[in-house]
Design a protein. Structure first.
Lengths: 75, 140
């Protein structure tokens, strides 16, 4: 998708220099920087504690059993 | 940071074959992301488990806990990317949504689905293998 942004000159210069140093296109570098920024923002919102509930299963809970249920739902 | 599918999230909350790896993995990297399709999958897994165990109340409690856990962890994948991946890779539209999100974030998809692990070894990884790779990266 093409979009237009009005960015400060010094920021654009800095990004262009970085792209040249890393030998990647401006588009690639901008994509990486935006992805990194989004990841960092989402990460800050997530709690890091293990879930409070950890339930013993009364049946032997295997990957095959869980993925069997998932597969049935997809069909 | 990882993208986790419904099988891995289930093992985080319910004791089973891969729970030990899933919980260790969460301790090392608690930054899990999932697509919203996981809600439907979890509901289905809990409904089946609840029927087998005849425990409606327990499953309701578990569902509330899982919803709270997923709240800040969900990200919507691009549906067009999901559609393309489903057709290109021959996977279901459900599976393609996990793959689209992991592609977009450039993160591995953690799954215990053997078929996916087998046909897409570059895009998917099992909890044990991922845990091993993360522990190997840690300084002694």
């Amino acid at each position: 998708m093409r979009t237009t942004l009005d960015l400060p000159d010094e920021l654009v210069t800095e990004i262009k220099i970085l792209a040249a140093q890393e030998r990647i296109t401006l588009k690639e570098l901008m994509g990486d920087l935006l992805r990194g920024g989004l990841r960092a923002r989402f990460s800050q919102q997530r709690p890091n504690n293990l879930p409070k509930i950890y339930r013993p299963s009364r049946i032997p809970l295997s990957s095959d059993w869980i993925n069997g249920i998932r597969k049935e739902a997809m069909e | 940071m990882i993208v986790a599918d419904a099988s891995v999230v289930t093992f985080l909350f319910v004791e089973g074959e891969n729970s030990s790896a899933a919980r260790k993995l969460f301790e090392i990297d608690p930054d899990w992301v999932t697509p919203p399709i996981l809600n439907h999958e979890m509901l289905n897994i809990l409904a089946t488990l609840g029927s087998v165990e005849s425990d409606v109340q327990g499953m309701e409690q578990l569902w509330r806990e899982i919803r709270g856990f997923l709240g800040a962890r969900q990200q919507v994948p691009d549906p067009i990317r999901s559609l393309r991946l489903a057709m290109e890779l021959g996977v279901s539209g459900y599976q393609a949504q996990y793959l689209a999100l992991s592609d977009h974030l450039r993160l591995p998809l953690l799954t215990t689905d053997n078929r996916l692990l087998e046909i897409l070894p570059q895009k998917t990884i099992g909890p044990d293998a991922y845990l091993e790779s993360r522990l190997a990266m840690r300084p002694l």
